[in-house]
Design a protein around this ligand. Structure first.
Ligand code: PMP
Length: 288
């Protein structure tokens, strides 16, 4: 079946969608994006994703081309056209087409693109065994809170883990955990679930928020505080979270077992709570 995408006002087959080579997304990576999971045709945490898109746009000084209602109807139409229950909705906004000059062109229309992508939650085997991760120095810029399409550092860092046969690269800046190349990172220290507080050094993860909400609602001890590298290495559990990975346990870090080398008890609990919450949202019993 043909994939129908949205591009600048049109819904058309992906093969026919074209962006001019003078688009600043292509020339400079000058744009931002979002990935929104859709379960049973319902976008998960849509308003939160659109709020983060708005913050990313503001952060790169690009006026949001659409209000919330317009984004809602565009995403609804892409979901309807896709005819699949579960999707990852990729939204990209670039500064648009103009002469190649670093400075913003005076009058320019942003390029707006929405692509429905297949979404498959992690295989049950990965949830059961956990995954391996490696660490690397976080050599990205200092606005990692903006979800920009300039992803080359993340691409190179992620490839390090592929080369090492691992699932993710966990990043350390100035001796402290920041996040993964494409995920947020939690650790368990002395029975407490800990993740770095939001800052310009990491993306404010939507799944990160869900994990803290669930932990707090169920009386699980948790804290947002800086995580020194030595705590990362001494943690009894390490988790990766993202909209597409959901929650995965890291059971080997740089080749060393994390805890007893199996997903921990708190992982099992938060993973179950997350699945239950997701299904509640899918059944429409909770605002998404
Ligand atoms: N950090 C980075 C660098 C990411 O790319 C992602 C994935 N979007 C995340 C964290 C997790 O964010 P979310 O839970 O909103 O998917």
């Amino acid at each position: 079946m043909t994939t129908i995408v949205y591009l600048n006002g049109d819904f058309l087959p992906v093969e026919q969608a074209r962006v001019p080579v003078m688009d600043r997304g292509f020339l400079f990576g000058d744009g931002v994006y979002e990935v929104i999971p859709v379960y049973d045709r319902r976008p998960f945490r849509l308003e939160e994703h659109l709020a983060r898109l708005d913050a990313s746009l503001a952060g790169i000084r690009l006026t949001n081309p659409h209000d919330l209602a317009a984004w809602r109807s565009l995403t609804e139409r892409v979901i309807a056209e896709a005819g699949q229950d579960d999707l990852g909705l990729y939204i990209q906004v670039t500064r648009g087409v103009g002469a190649r000059d670093h400075a913003f062109p005076a009058r320019i229309q942003p390029t707006v693109f929405i692509l429905p992508m297949p979404l498959s939650p992690p295989a049950p085997g990965l949830v059961a065994t956990g995954v391996g991760a490696i660490t690397a120095v976080d050599n990205r810029w200092l606005r990692c809170d903006l979800k920009t399409i300039s992803l080359l550092p993340n691409v190179l860092l992620r490839q390090l883990s592929v080369d090492a046969g691992s699932a993710e690269t966990i990043l350390i800046r100035d001796g402290f955990l920041t996040e993964g190349s494409a995920s947020s990172v939690f650790v368990v220290m002395d029975g407490v679930i800990v993740a770095p507080p939001k800052s310009e050094r990491m993306l404010p993860g939507i799944t990160y928020d869900v994990v803290f909400e669930l932990a707090e609602a169920h009386g699980m001890a948790c804290a947002r505080r800086p995580v020194p590298e030595r705590e990362l290495r001494a943690a009894t559990e390490i988790w990766l979270t993202s909209s597409t990975k959901e929650i995965l346990a890291v059971t080997r870090l740089d080749g060393q077992a994390v805890g007893d080398g199996r997903p921990g008890a708190l992982f099992a609990r938060i993973h179950a709570l997350y699945q239950a919450y997701k299904h509640t949202v899918m059944r429409g019993n909770e605002p998404s």
